[in-house]
Design a protein around this ligand. Structure first.
Ligand code: ATP
Ligand code: MG
Length: 554
C-alpha cells in the first residue's frame, strides 16, 4: 500500500530517541516461545519488530524464549524460522534464552549477595495466599530474612538438583505491600527436573519469564523491547531487575495484541485443535497460523500489507477478518493466473454443421500486461457450471437460458436450442448453436450477450479436487463467548468438491503459482496433490454480483 500513514506511537518514540542521540542504532528482537507454530498475531509482532529496524537502521534478533522445558520442542523452532523467513525477514542473530542460563544464574547470585533475593521454602499455594489482594498488602514469607550465606547455599543446592520440584523457589525481595502485585516478591526461579531441548539435563532450575526476558534483552542490548499490553504491569519489574543489576538499560514498550474475528490466537487452544484432530495439523488451511495461511494460498506480501494496514494500537480490539481477505484479494488480483475450472458440470453439445475452432487463445491475467496468453482446446462437447443454465430464469439472470445467449470465455457466443433432461426433469445436456462470426477477438456478430461463462472441453479437461474453506468458528469472538470455545466450531468449514474439471493447462500447476479460477475464486495447489490426484485450495472467494443480487431479492 502506497499511501502515506502517520507515524505510529513506536515510530514517534524511536524518532525522538534518534533525535536526542539516545542510541546509535535501533535493536529489536522477535522473542517467540517455541511451544507452537506462529500465527497471524505473531506476524504483526514480526512485521513491527523487523519493520522498525528496516526503517530506522539497526537490526532485529530472533530469540527463542525457551525457558520452559516442558512445552518446548525443536519442531517448533524449525517451523518458526521457516515462517519468519517466508514472511520476508532476515534476523541478525539466532539466539536462545537458554544460552543465557549461566549468565542468568550469575545475575541471580548477584542479587542474593546484594540482599535482593531469597530462597523460599513455601509451597506455591502458600506464596499465593501471602501475596494478598490488590487492595490489601501481602504478608512476608517466614523465609524472607534468611542470611545471604544461607540463600547462596540453598540456591546452589537447588541448582544441583538436590530438592524436589516445587519444594523451593528463588524470589526477588522487593515490596510485599506494593500496589503492583508483580512487585510483591516475584518468583525468579523454580525447581523443575525436566529435560530441555537444548540444555538437556544440565539444569534442575529454570528462570521465570520476568527474570529471563528483560535480562536477555539487556544482554543483547535491545533498545526497544516490544511486547503486548498484558505486560504493562510487568514493566516496573522489568526495570527493577535491570536497575539492580546495573546492566544495559533495555526499555519495554507495549502494544495491543492482534485479535482477529472468527478465529482464536492462543497457541494452547490451537494445539488442542491439532491434537484433537479437529483440524488437519498446524498447517490446516483454516488455521490462523502462518503455515496454514501459506498452505491456503496467502502471500507474504498480503500478510505484510495487512499488518501495515491494521497499524499499531495501544488498546485491544477485534480486527475483522474481512480486512485480511481484502489484502489477499488485492494482491492475488494483480498476480493470479486466470484459469477455467467447472465445479459442477453440465454438458453442452454444439450442434452447428460447421466445425468450431479447435483452439482458442485466452489471456493469462488481464491485470498484468506482461503475463501473456495461453491456448485452450475447444470442441463440440463442453462443460459449463450447472448453475449457469436455467430453463426459466428470474429477471437479471445474465447466464444461459433458452431465451438468452451468452459468450463462452475466449470463444463463441452460444444459444440454447434444446434441453435434454433425465427422468427426474434435471437438465443433463444442453444442445447449443454457436453464432457464426462471434469468435472472441474477431467478433462481427453484432450481438452483445449479457454474460460470459467459463467452460472446459470434456475430452481435454482434467479432473481436480477442490477444497473450499469457510471460517473455523461460527461466532465473531469465540474466546470471549461463554463456555468451551470448541462449541463454536463451524462444522461446515471444509467443503470438498470432488467432481470438478479444469482446463488442461492446470496439469502443469506449480506450488508457487497463484490462480484465479474465473468467476469462482482464488486457488492454489495443495500439498496433498499426487500423481493420481490434483488438489486445489480456495484461498478466497471473488465477489460475485449474482450472489449480491440474490441477497437483495431474498
Ligand atoms: P500465546 O499466548 O498464544 O502462547 P504468546 O504471546 O505467549 O502467545 P510468544 O511466542 O510468547 O506467544 O510470542 C512471541 C512474540 O509475539 C511476543 O513478543 C508476543 O508479544 C507477540 N505476540 C504473540 N501473540 C500476539 C498477538 N496476537 N498480537 C501481537 N503480538 C503477539
Ligand atoms: Mg509467551
Amino acid at each position: 500500500m502506497s499511501e502515506e500513514k502517520s507515524l505510529n506511537f513506536l515510530e514517534e518514540i524511536i524518532e525522538e530517541d534518534l533525535k536526542n542521540g539516545n542510541y546509535g542504532q535501533i535493536v529489536t528482537r522477535f522473542p517467540p516461545e517455541p511451544n507452537g507454530y506462529l500465527h497471524i498475531g505473531h506476524a504483526k509482532s514480526i512485521c513491527l519488530n523487523f519493520g522498525l529496524t528496516q526503517k530506522y537502521g539497526g537490526y532485529t534478533n530472533l530469540r527463542f524464549d525457551d525457558t520452559n522445558p516442558v512445552t518446548e520442542e525443536t519442531e517448533y523452532v524449525e517451523s518458526i524460522k521457516a515462517d519468519v523467513e517466508w514472511l520476508g525477514f532476515r534476523w541478525k542473530h539466532e539466539l536462545y534464552a537458554s544460552d543465557y542460563f549461566d549468565q542468568l544464574y550469575a545475575f541471580a547470585v548477584e542479587l542474593i549477595r546484594k540482599g535482593l533475593a531469597y530462597v523460599d521454602d513455601s509451597s506455591s499455594e502458600a506464596i499465593a495466599a501471602m501475596k494478598g489482594a490488590p487492595t490489601q498488602p501481602g504478608t512476608d514469607s517466614p523465609f524472607r530474612n534468611r542470611s545471604v550465606e544461607e540463600n547462596l547455599g540453598l540456591f546452589e543446592r537447588m541448582k544441583n538438583g538436590e530438592f524436589a520440584d516445587g519444594s523451593r523457589t528463588l524470589r526477588a525481595k522487593i515490596d510485599m505491600s506494593s500496589p503492583n502485585m508483580h512487585m510483591r516478591d516475584p518468583v525468579m526461579y523454580r525447581i523443575k527436573h525436566a529435560h530441555h531441548h537444548r540444555t538437556g539435563d544440565k539444569w534442575a532450575i529454570y528462570p521465570m519469564y520476568d527474570f529471563a526476558h528483560g535480562q536477555s534483552d539487556s544482554i543483547e542490548k535491545i533498545t526497544h523491547s516490544i511486547c503486548t499490553l498484558e505486560f504493562v504491569p510487568h514493566r516496573p519489574l522489568y526495570d527493577w531487575f535491570i536497575e539492580q543489576l546495573g546492566i544495559y538499560p533495555s526499555k519495554q514498550y507495549e502494544m495491543a495484541r492482534l485479535n482477529l474475528s472468527y478465529t482464536i490466537m492462543s497457541k494452547r487452544k490451537l494445539l488442542e485443535l491439532v491434537n484433537e484432530k479437529i483440524v488437519d495439523g498446524w498447517d490446516d488451511p483454516r488455521m490462523p497460523t502462518i503455515s496454514g495461511l501459506r498452505r491456503r494460498g496467502f502471500t507474504p506480501e498480503s500478510i505484510r500489507n495487512f499488518c501495515y494496514m491494521i497499524g499499531v494500537a495501544k488498546r485491544d480490539n477485534l480486527i475483522e477478518v474481512e480486512k485480511l481477505e481484502f489484502c489477499i484479494r488485492e494482491h492475488l488480483n494483480k498476480i493470479a493466473l486466470r484459469k477455467m475450472v467447472v465445479f459442477d458440470p453440465l454438458k453442452i453439445v454444439i450442434i452447428n454443421d460447421e466445425d468450431p475452432v479447435d483452439i482458442v487463445t485466452v489471456e493469462d491475467n488481464p491485470e498484468d500486461p506482461s503475463s501473456g496468453s495461453r491456448e485452450i482446446p475447444f470442441s463440440r462437447t463442453l462443460y459449463i457450471e450447472r448453475e449457469d443454465f436455467m430453463e426459466d430464469p428470474p429477471k437479471k439472470y445474465n447466464r444461459l437460458s433458452p431465451k438468452q445467449a451468452v459468450r463462452l470465455k475466449g470463444a463463441y457466443i452460444i444459444q440454447c436450442e434444446e434441453v435434454i433432461k433425465d427422468d427426474t426433469g434435471l437438465p443433463v445436456e444442453i444442445r447449443c448453436r454457436y453464432v457464426p462470426g462471434s469468435l472472441s477477438g474477431a467478433d462481427h456478430s453484432g450481438i452483445k450477450p449479457k454474460g460470459t461463462l467459463h467452460w472446459v472441453s470434456v475430452e481435454h479437461a482434467i479432473p481436480v479436487e477442490l477444497r473450499l474453506y469457510d471460517r473455523l468458528f461460527n461466532t465473531e469472538d469465540p474466546s470471549s463467548e461463554e463456555g468451551d470455545y470448541k462449541t463454536y466450531i463451524n462444522k461446515d468449514s471444509l467443503q470438498k468438491i470432488p467432481g470438478a474439471h479444469a482446463e488442461p493447462s492446470l496439469l502443469q500447476a506449480k506450488f508457487e503459482d497463484r490462480y484465479q479460477f474465473i468467476r469462482k475464486g482464488y486457488f492454489c495447489l495443495d500439498k496433498d496433490t499426487s500423481a493420481s490426484r490434483i488438489v486445489f485450495n480456495r484461498t478466497s472467494t471473488l465477489r460475485d454480483t449474482w450472489a449480491k443480487e440474490v441477497k437483495k431479492t431474498n
